[in-house]
Write a protein that binds this ligand. Structure first.
Ligand code: URA
Length: 236
């Protein structure tokens, strides 16, 4: 691939802008300054720098963010911050999107990508990708509520039954459970349907990928193995 095209693919702007960066001497490949836009590159394990900032070539990006409360999963956040505030222009130019949504007051594992197929594979309703949530509840969790969540509840304006698996009481007012759909406010509505209320909600896992050790507001690129884990279908 030509250098100008590679830079464009990584979010450095229009072809013209990338050509200009190269001609201005801003771009080095494997430590060597290159000023020819049509310089041919081998993309395997390619690293490069633009104005001395180091980058690795990535065909697609897969990101895990430990989302804090108070951030919306939308580009035009109205009442809160946007999760996209955590990412620089180069990543945003690639068309980064959230893989599903978390409410502004939910924290935990949020995936972002520019790979439309990955996004589709994880969010399509028919794929039933498992998601594990932990929550604090307003009232103590009862045995009856756990049984109802396992059996399934109906949600207003949604068709079908919404059941949780691996429902585990962690403390008097603390519950962990796995859901297999992803309708609006699903966990909060399920808890309301059994007569309790979510006080705080955190996502711990998507597919077989658990929230990496990250401070809130920090993110990492996922490697190929972690991308596969996220797609892994859990049976329970
Ligand atoms: N269920 C909810 O109620 N909120 C979320 O953010 C995610 C799942």
């Amino acid at each position: 691939m030509f250098l100008e095209r590679m830079l464009q693919s990584q979010g450095f702007g229009s072809r013209k802008h990338c050509q200009q960066l190269i001609k201005n001497g801003a771009v080095s490949v494997e430590g060597e300054k290159i000023d020819q836009p049509k310089h041919k590159l081998d993309l395997n394990n390619l690293s490069f720098s633009v104005y001395d900032q180091h980058f690795e070539y990535r065909e697609k990006v897969y990101i895990a963010l430990n989302k804090p409360q108070g951030y919306e999963c939308s580009h035009q956040a109205t009442h809160h911050f946007s999760v996209f505030d955590f990412f620089n222009d180069v990543l945003m130019n690639r068309g980064l999107q959230c893989v599903g949504r978390l409410d502004q007051d939910t924290s935990g594992l949020l995936l972002l990508t520019d790979d439309g197929q990955f996004l589709q594979a994880l969010t399509h309703p028919k794929k039933h990708v498992a998601k594990v949530y932990q929550m604090q509840t307003v009232d103590p969790v009862t045995e009856q509520q756990i049984l109802q969540l396992q059996k399934g509840v109906e949600l207003h304006n949604e068709s079908g039954i919404f059941a949780a698996t691996n429902v585990v009481q962690l403390a008097e007012n603390e519950l962990q459970m796995t859901i297999h759909q992803g309708v609006y406010h699903q966990v909060k509505r399920m808890l309301a349907a059994v007569g309790n209320k979510v006080e705080q909600l955190q996502r711990q896992q998507i597919g077989a990928l658990t929230l990496p050790e990250l401070e809130q507001g920090k993110w990492i690129y996922l490697n190929a193995e972690q991308v596969e884990l996220a797609k892994t279908r859990m049976t329970t």
